[in-house]
Design a binder for this molecule. Sequence first.
Ligand code: NAD
Length: 508
Amino acid sequence: MSLLLTRDEYESLASAIALPSGAVIAGRACPSLSGATFETINPATGKLLNRIAACAKADVDLAVGKARETFEAGTWSRRHPTQRKKAMIELAKLIRRNQHELAVIESLESGKPIYDIETIDIPEALNCIEWHAETADKIYDQVAPSGDDAVAMIVREPVGVVGCVLPWNFPILMLAWKLGPALAAGNSVIVKPAEQTSMTTLRIAELAREAGIPGGAFQVVTGLGESVGREIGLHPDIDMVSFTGSTEVGRLFLEYSAKSNLKRVVLECGGKNPCIVLDDAEDLDVVAAHATQAVFWNMGENCSSNSRLIVDKAVKDALVERLLHKVQAWPTGNPLDPVNRLGAIVSKEQYDRILGYIRKGKAEGARIVLGGDPIASGDGYFIAPTIFDSVRPEMSIARDEIFGPVLSIITVANAEEAVKVANDTSYGLTASIFTANARRAHRMARAIRAGTVTVNCYGEGDVTTPFGGYKTSGFGGRDKSIHAHDQYTEMKTIWLDVRDPAVDVTTD
Ligand code: NAD
């Protein structure tokens, strides 16, 4: 049985859903204290979708007060780990039960194809929440080898009040990457969704209440980055910020921390990721399928997008021919129609930015072999998948994170040059290598400065593997896997002197 509904079913769901608009503070949906709102637009139509609570400092203060109170009371932070696990698994069940509704809301506000949300984003988000829920009563602390006179325990404790600041490109999935490990460890979490995509986070916060997670353990403060994001960064009673977004804003969070309470900051930022195809790549049809997914998945609005195809000259023409063929199976259009693999660009601002890069690429002398134009569709923001050939490493389309459906092909003479070009970037998030030679693949994987390197496939690993970047792609920790638990916990040493005073000699 297919999980997917038909386009008509999704559209009738879209017209029937009551869209959430209030921040969720202390377990209640509420307007901002000032009553201000901001508009959220459907990028597939350019029309107003909803007005959302525009919170500010006073709302952040309120949420932080409640989060601290809950943390100190221990209703979540000291709830038995098995009970925390049960509540989180219940949350996952409720998300699953409301999957179609959440998928439609996400598609309406982000322009993402419903096909991806239903088959990738939500299943992966559920897997992430359940996986981290299961860690709550399975991670053991340590006892140090400190001899018979002492018991030295190394224990992990929740950090406290955690601010999670999210991007718009994978709203539900990025929420799950942070919420899963942060809640499992016992923190009180305050989420600030990106202003373009607040509504699925609001809906999931309502479901969390239903699942028995205390109102002060998971709150959502909606609003703009320069107000709510900044206030979270500067707040003296927030212990940690986990941020996913651009490198530019990530740097601001380090400043906010330095100017306030030295809160812990973890940054998951941008990428300009290479896909290297060597002359001995095994099957160019398979390579082309991966390379297409790697750059056009989520309209290229993806931090791990392989937007640089670095290909050996011996196989370049054959690969380009196959790529052009594969892209035909990626129709662009109405995001609520499950036949479409590409939807709308998230906002007018991002749409203009991508078209600006396409113009720049042409002006700098790169050659368009596919696309390069907007797709006319009412007032929606659609851009055709675009491929540039003859790109040189110094061009802006080879250096800047475009965050759109634009591939830059750079031709190289050999594997050594491929690694040199791959590493010639300020970013270091992911990379892919295609070669039949395992020894060469492994040596190249070690030589590439990136947090995740995949061989003979495109991907980000799975929930069991850490995700994060080198260089300006990341700082301070990793999402996913057991390593995410480190991000959301403090390490404490408890030294217990067990010498017997009747027997043991003194140390002087
Ligand atoms: P962004 O940096 O513009 O915004 C991210 C968040 O920061 C939003 O919630 C926004 O409101 C907030 N913000 C904006 N200005 C702020 C300010 N002055 N102070 C405090 N907060 C502020 O990023 P985006 O455009 O939403 O997302 C795209 C970026 O996210 C890309 O660079 C992409 O590579 C990156 N990303 C990285 C990962 C990863 O895991 N490494 C995953 C997804 C997206």
